[in-house]
Design a protein around this ligand. Structure first.
Ligand code: NAD
Length: 309
């Protein structure tokens, strides 16, 4: 399988490394408007392949060379500087997506390709990419809150002393400041969170829950403060999404795709079943009235930003 990665900065390089380590691709092509950067990344990754899988990795200077790619990953665009929100990137990155998508579409097989969007503000960029590509919504997929859900799960794991592999926990809505922490759907080995806490004699009061929510929503800001950008987590998330797609796993992941039509259309993260056709089922998680209201607010934030474009 051939995979194209557009944008080979911190995120694109980490994604390329993670994709390479899955062993799922036979060929990875890297495109960046900064050709020198793309060539250097291809060279470095090429050396790494001697220690992992025999994969052909090359930098390409024209979109013609992405032909034959079954999956195109968009990691191009401005990232947040300390203090900036994802939505502050709206207009800059809308220009980037508007530049890239038509060129991608001229060169790939629209009947089969899946586009994975990473550029922020994620959900709005998914909507724009879907509109410009005219692909069915289920094949334009944003990693959405996969990373936020992972952060939530890791914090819960540490708090409860239980392996992440026994925890189901979702963050829904915007991959951004209005994300919704779906407490009511958390289960630990199939046991509802409150019941688990009772059995394990663990107290998880509202104050602790609020602190956890804050840590989940602020994780990226903290990482950006410390190392300038985030890349390892998203690299691993993309690799996980690729496993689900390529192996037709029919796994449930909180990814972002466009739901609804016309003025009601919005892309945000919900639990969705992923297989080799992309998103094959959209699910509604268990939510309280408050969580449903938060989700509606989150959808409004995303739609409002899309309408500004
Ligand atoms: P970066 O500045 O390190 O790299 C961005 C790259 O995009 C650069 O190499 C640049 O030359 C390239 N680029 C810009 N415009 C382009 C164009 N029109 N065509 C081709 N290439 C172009 O930034 P980064 O840290 O890698 O972040 C990239 C994006 O990923 C940002 O929008 C960031 O917010 C986002 N991100 C998303 C998640 C997520 O969970 N979805 C996580 C981290 C970062």
């Amino acid at each position: 399988m051939k995979i194209a990665i557009i944008g080979v900065g911190s995120v694109g390089s980490a994604v390329a490394t993670a994709v390479q380590n899955t062993g799922l691709a036979q060929e990875i092509v890297l495109f960046d408007r900064d050709g020198i950067r793309a060539r250097a990344a291809a060279e470095d990754l090429g050396h790494a392949s001697a220690f992992s899988f025999d994969i052909k990795i090359s930098a390409v200077s024209t979109y013609r060379s992405i032909r034959g790619s079954e999956i195109v990953i968009i990691a191009a665009g401005a990232n947040q500087k300390p203090g900036e929100t994802r939505n502050d990137l709206l207009h800059r990155n809308a220009d980037v997506i508007s530049d890239i998508i038509p060129k991608v579409m001229e060169n790939i097989d629209a009947k089969n390709v899946k586009i994975i969007v990473l550029t922020n503000p994620l959900d709005v960029m998914v909507m724009l990419a879907q509109k410009l590509s005219r692909l069915p919504a289920n094949r334009v997929i944003g990693t959405g809150t996969m990373l936020d859900s992972a952060r939530f799960k890791i914090i819960l794991s540490r708090q409860l002393g239980i392996s992440t592999r026994s925890i189901t926990s979702y963050v829904l809505g915007e991959h951004g400041d209005s994300s919704v922490i779906n407490w009511s759907a958390v289960n630990i080995g199939g046991i509802a969170l409150d019941d688990f806490c009772k059995q394990a004699k663990i107290s998880l009061p509202q104050t602790t829950r609020k602190t956890i929510e804050h840590r989940v929503r602020n994780a990226a800001y903290e990482i950006i403060k410390g190392r300038g950008a985030t890349w390892d987590g998203i690299g691993a998330a993309v690799a996980d999404l690729l496993y689900a797609i390529v192996n037709d796993e029919k796994r449930i992941l909180t990814v972002s795709t466009v739901d609804g039509i016309g003025k009601n259309a919005v892309a945000m993260s919900l639990p969705r079943v992923i297989g080799n056709k992309g998103v094959i089922m959209n699910l509604r998680s268990k939510t309280t009235v408050d969580e449903s209201n938060e989700l509606r607010k989150s959808a409004k934030v995303i739609r409002k930003n899309f309408d500004l474009l």
